[in-house]
Design a protein around this ligand. Structure first.
Ligand code: T4K
Length: 373
C-alpha cells in the first residue's frame, strides 16, 4: 500500500467501464434521457424485486425523496426525529415548514429511542421520522405501535440500509414510507440518487406526480410538485451496480470482521454490536473511543489518523440539533439528548469499502492500537 495516498472513509464502488458502455450506447441511440425512460422503468422493477418491496419510485437524490415523502403524506406541524443523523434528515422537515422535535437515541445502536418518543408527542405531532442509522434497524415494532396508538405516520430515513433485511423481510417494508439514498458514498450508488418505497399503487402514483412538477396528466397539476426525477444515466448505472451488490457486501463483511479482529482487546475502543435477526449491509464501521480507558480523546485519535493519511469521519458529530438553524428549539437542548451527545463525542467511522485491502486494514488498526503520532 502507498502510505502517501489518502485513505478516505469510503470510495464509491463502480463496475468496469466496459460493462456500462452498452447501456450508454442504448441511451445515445434511443435519445430518451429522462422522464421515466426504459432504464428508469427497468430499475424500478428490478429494485422492487431485489428489496422485496411492493412499490418503489426513483429520485434524483435521497434528500429530494425525503422532502417529497413528507408531502405525499401531507405531514404538517411537528415531527419527532433523531438528532443523530446526516443533516438532510432534519433539513427535509425544514423545507416543508415542519417543526422538528428531537428525541434522544438508544445507546446500543444509536437509533431513535421508542421509550422516549411518547413524552414528546403533542397535539401538533403528525409523524415520526426515525433513521436506521449505519444500516442498523430501528426498533420497528415499538415505533409502529406508538404510531398506531397516536395516529401518526411513520416515515423511515432508510438512506443507510439498502439491502438490509430484518426479521426475514426487506427493512423498507416497515413504516408508511421508507426513503433510500443511492449517493456515491452509499453501498449501492447511482452517483447521485434515491427512492421512496411505499405499499400501494395509489401512493406510488402520488409520489410519481410530485416528483414530476405535480403533473397528473397532460393538463392537470395535482400539487406544486418539484422536479426530482432520476435520469437514464443514473438508472442505467443502477442496473449494472445491482449485479455487483452481493459481492460488494461480502467484501464489506470481511473488512468489518478484520477490523473487529484487529482491534479486539484494544482498551477504550469498542464497536456497535451486530444487529440480531438482520441481514446487514456493513455500510459503515463506527468505533467508539472511551477517552479515559484509551488514553486519548476521540478527536486526538481522529487527528492521529489524519496525520497518517487516514480520513475517518465523525458521523454524526456535531448533532443536527447543534446546527444554528435548529439549536434554538427546546428539544435541541443537550440536557434532552444526553445519549446522542455522548455517542457523537465518541464516534469515528473507519474507512470501509469493497476495494479496501487487508494490508490497509492492518495499517489502520495498528495506528489505532499504538496511539502515537
Ligand atoms: N439521510 C441520511 C441518513 C443520509 O446519510 C444522507 C446522506 C441523506 C439522508 C441524504 O441523501 P442524499 O441526498 O445524499 O442522497 C456524505 C454524503 O454526501 C451524503 O450522501 C451522506 N448521507 C453522508 C453520510 O455522507 P459527506 O459530506 O461526508 O461527503 P464527502 O463528499 O465528504 O464524502 C466522504 C468521502 O467519500 C470523501 O472524503 C471521499 C469519498 N468520496 C466521496 C464522493 C462524493 C469519493 O471518493 N468519491 C465521491 O464521489 O456526506
Amino acid at each position: 500500500m502507498d502510505k502517501n495516498k489518502p485513505i478516505y472513509v469510503t470510495q464509491p464502488s463502480l463496475p468496469e467501464l466496459e460493462e456500462f458502455i452498452p447501456y450508454l450506447q442504448q441511451i445515445w441511440d434511443n435519445k430518451v434521457l429522462t422522464n421515466n425512460g426504459p432504464f428508469h422503468q427497468q430499475l424500478e422493477k428490478e429494485l422492487a424485486d431485489f428489496l422485496e418491496v411492493p412499490y418503489i419510485s426513483l429520485f434524483a437524490n435521497g434528500t429530494l425523496a425525503l422532502v417529497t415523502a413528507l408531502q405525499v403524506l401531507r405531514i404538517t406541524g411537528e415531527v419527532i426525529t433523531t438528532p443523530y443523523s446526516f443533516v438532510a434528515t432534519t433539513h427535509s422537515l425544514w423545507w416543508n415548514n415542519i417543526k422538528p422535535v428531537f428525541v434522544d437515541i438508544d445507546p446500543v445502536f444509536g437509533n431513535l429511542d421508542p421509550a422516549k418518543v411518547e413524552a414528546a408527542i403533542t397535539p401538533k405531532t403528525t409523524a415520526i421520522l426515525p433513521v436506521h442509522v449505519y444500516g442498523n434497524p430501528c426498533k420497528v415494532n415499538e415505533l409502529q405501535h406508538i404510531a398506531d396508538t397516536y395516529g401518526l405516520k411513520l416515515i423511515y430515513d432508510a438512506a443507510h440500509c439498502f439491502g438490509v433485511k430484518h426479521n426475514g423481510i426487506g427493512i423498507c417494508n416497515y413504516g408508511d414510507l421508507s426513503v433510500l439514498s443511492f449517493h456515491a458514498t452509499k453501498v449501492f450508488n447511482t452517483m447521485e440518487g434515491g427512492a421512496i418505497v411505499c405499499h400501494d399503487e395509489a401512493t406510488k402514483k402520488r409520489i410519481d406526480y410530485l416528483k414530476n412538477f405535480g403533473f397528473a396528466g397532460e393538463t392537470t397539476i395535482m400539487a406544486p410538485g418539484i422536479n426530482s426525477k432520476m435520469n437514464e444515466m443514473q438508472a442505467a448505472l443502477g442496473l449494472v451496480q445491482l449485479k455487483h451488490y452481493h459481492d460488494n457486501i461480502l467484501k464489506r463483511h470481511a473488512i468489518a470482521d478484520a477490523y473487529r479482529k484487529g482491534l479486539q482487546n484494544t482498551k477504550g475502543i469498542s464497536f456497535l454490536p451486530e444487529p440480531e435477526n438482520t441481514e446487514y449491509n456493513f455500510a459503515y464501521f463506527p468505533i467508539l473511543v472511551n477517552e479515559t480507558e484509551y488514553g486519548l480523546s476521540r478527536d486526538q485519535l481522529y487527528e492521529n489518523l489524519k496525520r497518517h493519511n487516514i480520513y475517518g469521519r465523525r458521523y454524526f458529530y456535531p448533532l443536527i440539533s447543534e446546527f444554528s438553524m435548529y439549536k434554538g428549539l427546546d428539544s435541541a437542548a443537550l440536557s434532552n439528548l444526553p445519549v446522542a451527545n455522548k455517542l457523537a463525542e465518541q464516534v469515528i467511522c473507519l474507512p470501509i469499502y469493497p476495494d479496501l485491502n487487508n494490508k490497509t486494514i492492518d495499517y489502520i488498526s495498528k495506528i489505532i492500537k499504538i496511539k502515537t503520532n
